[in-house]
Design a protein around this ligand. Sequence first.
Ligand SMILES: [Zn+2]
Ligand SMILES: [Zn+2]
Length: 328
Amino acid sequence: MTVLASGSKGNSTVIASARTRVLVDAGLSCRELLKRMAQAEEDPAALDAILITHEHQDHIAGLAVLARRLRIPVFITEPTHRAWVRMLTPRTTMSYAQWLDHVQKEKEARVVAAALAAEPTHGDETAMNGARDSVLIETVCDELEEEDVAAAVAKPDPTYLPAVEYFHSGTSFSIGDLSITPFTIPHDAADPCGFVFESKTEAVRMAIATDLGYMPPNVKSALRGVDVLLLESNHDLEMLKDGPYPWAVKQRVLSRVGHLSNHATAEFLARDYDGGATYIVLGHLSEANNAPELALLSAEQAIGGRRTLLGNRILLAQQGTPLASICV
Ligand SMILES: [Zn+2]
Ligand SMILES: [Zn+2]
């Protein structure tokens, strides 16, 4: 697991087995995501797919540009896809019939795009291989933006994706040798989810659960038996109450479809967590309403109360810089 970014300004994490590599969420610009991957020594060309948890900007902002650039499929639920398309499409309402029509047109556009892609595009491979060089990254994204402009003129669809695969929360699917189980989370989005990843060949399980208002039983049970757990520890209750957010926003964060507080995360770790993870990564920390030391202390105290869990290591995911890759 390589957390490229975590927090309300953007989220993205690479999950990789020996054979398969996926990106969970693309909540930064294409340029920034490529820069972070270069910093973390992750090769964007090696990614097999992008998975989306929900349609909030901090999880999806760079999706279209990155997916088109890398020409890889996007795994998303249909309600999340539809919500995202509505966000990016000027008309405010779309009936289900119009939505089906949109999906059909997109499929047709993909056939055309596939035919065009069959003709070799010069410099493409070189550009991706050289993505570690920051100057080249700029070139890659500039070229891409030009490409996008050209595409927009020909086909005014900002929501175009090279391939879309729908999944349903609660139903496992596979990408390469990764078995992926999405689970529903309580959050104010169309169809938000977390993921459990399992590499069968390596017998390793990792899970991502951020952006949830509370810990329902289905999430607690999904998080059993994982080796690496990226878990939200969004805010300190006192800091949020005294903090700068307007009242309505405070209510949203605190609600059952908002975000997990340090306290709620600690409560889960103390009461329900099975203690099996080698690493617990605390993520989606609020910059305005939390302090890394508070989140860490709170989780450490929860774990510290359980003597059997002293082997667990707690790390803090960062907003501004990638976290060193966690390998188990
Ligand atoms: Zn978020
Ligand atoms: Zn969210």
